[in-house]
Design a protein around this ligand. Sequence first.
Ligand code: SAH
Length: 352
Amino acid sequence: MEQKRDIRAFTKEQLKEYFTSIQQPVFRATQVYEWLWKKGATSFEDMTNLSLELREKMKLEFVINHISVDEMQRSSDGTIKNAVRLYDGKVVESVLIPTETRITACVSSQVGCSLDCHFCATGQLKRMRNLNADEIYDQVVAVMNEAETFFSRPLTNIVFMGMGEPLMNYKNVLEAIEKITSPEGLNMSPKRITVSTVGLAKMIKKLADDEVKFNLALSLHSARDVVRDSIMPINLKNPVAELAEALKYWYRQTGKRVTYEYVVWKDVNDQPEDIAALVKFCHHIPCKVNLIEYNPTDDERFQQADDKVLNAYIHALESKGVVAKVRKSRGKDIDAACGQLANKNEVVNTNS
Ligand code: SAH
């Protein structure tokens, strides 16, 4: 028997084409889109503004796939980590991060990651596949529901800082954001969404050309090629000067400042020349620096630098007018913090 297609894999355009092909009015596409992406319908029976006959027909042709949250862990600081099971049994993680003023969803874009940043636990997993747009969207909805259930507050922000490199899954990430921001979908403002990248110069320019409305963050960690090359292999093909050029292009096209994520490690990037290089890099375009606390993984080469060095960074940046903030880790006790997402509790992501 031919396998049924997943209706949630359709773009709005594809839905229109489908309804036209079966001699239905084109507004059916909007109706079905809203059922799927605004109201979260899980069956065709729910779609009560379609005729019974049409619902029956669609049921024979399509399935409506959904992810499931297999396991939920809660941190003593309120952070929640979800192990999310995909349709093919693979597992990714997503995180709810509560603060006094915000509830942020941190979502994954790939199963595993191909980048191999030496300090990141996700980098130790192989990249297995890209997530579909609906699998990304579903992670957001799961966190949205948890925000209501456990905090009685709405989800306010979304960051693409979970597993994987969002710009290596460009099409599906943008398609998911379309469903999240569209008035016919979740209707969230793109200003509340941040996509974080390891720094793929070409793709940063593509984002600018596509005139995206969400925010961009760059995982910089060093503004010196010798250092960045040694901790993030992707820098060999995307050296610091090329990143700077791509960021200038981004800023010219979008007028939006960029956030740089930066961890300071002992004996890696704790010298005056490291600080000077970052300060210089920060003058390419308006930006903000988030100094992230290091979350230890199994690799002992990396250790958080002393507060003294951190303060030297902040002082140097602020004296040149650059906004710098120290970001404390959240959810460390459940391995939910940056760079710790590695499906520690799971044994299912094998390549078999
Ligand atoms: N691939 C994207 C999305 C991952 S975001 C990117 O690289 O931006 C995850 C963030 O956590 C990145 O800024 C990453 O550099 C940072 N990170 C990775 N491992 C970390 C660790 N052990 N401690 C703190 N931050 C880490």
